[in-house]
Design a protein around this ligand. Structure first.
Ligand SMILES: [Zn+2]
Length: 171
């Protein structure tokens, strides 16, 4: 989202040469640059002790494909805290280890997504109202249930399946 008006005081933004960034909208009343704004979300693949992965059905996202846990970051929260919170909220599972799979720009929603694989202790799901259904899936079945790449769910899962060692204890 590119600002036409200052979100702090409502003054009209004016383009101004800003360092290496080139022309950036500027609020002359607040004396601050108004860099384009976008949402930041996490997307997380929950993995049990045996390497099975938790996939979700969320009718409001897709009727055809499974999806991963995802959610908006809250101000003051780290991406890791957000991923653990969302897995707890959506699936009712506790996270013992997190590893980043990458970061992804989601063009359709103007959104930065931070991808994680998360080790969880397997137990019965306690689903949030946002989740219609969740299933444990063997690793070799997971990709066939997801929207093909470049869907971000697919990229996160594929990264984990290629590098399962990212969830192993080190040192
Ligand atoms: Zn302002």
């Amino acid at each position: 989202m590119t600002f036409q008006y200052c979100p702090h005081c409502g003054a009209k933004a004016i383009p101004r040469e800003t360092g290496d960034e080139g022309l950036v909208p500027w609020c002359d009343a607040c004396k601050r640059p108004l860099f384009p704004m976008f949402s930041t979300c996490i997307i997380a693949l929950a993995v049990d002790e045996e390497g099975n992965v938790a996939l979700l059905r969320q009718g409001y996202i897709s009727s055809q494909y499974h999806v991963l846990v995802s959610g908006y970051m809250k101000p003051g929260e780290s991406a890791e805290e957000c991923a653990a919170r969302e897995i707890q909220e959506e699936l009712g599972l506790s996270v013992s280890r997190l590893a980043m799979t990458g970061t992804y720009w989601f063009e359709k929603k103007d959104m930065l997504m931070i991808g994680f694989a998360a080790r969880v202790r397997r137990r019965d799901f306690r689903l949030s109202g946002e989740v219609d259904q969740a299933v444990w899936v063997a690793p070799d079945k997971a990709l066939s249930l997801l929207h093909p790449a470049p869907a971000i769910s697919y990229l996160v899962t594929e990264h984990y399946l290629r590098h399962p060692e990212i969830l192993e204890a080190r040192g």
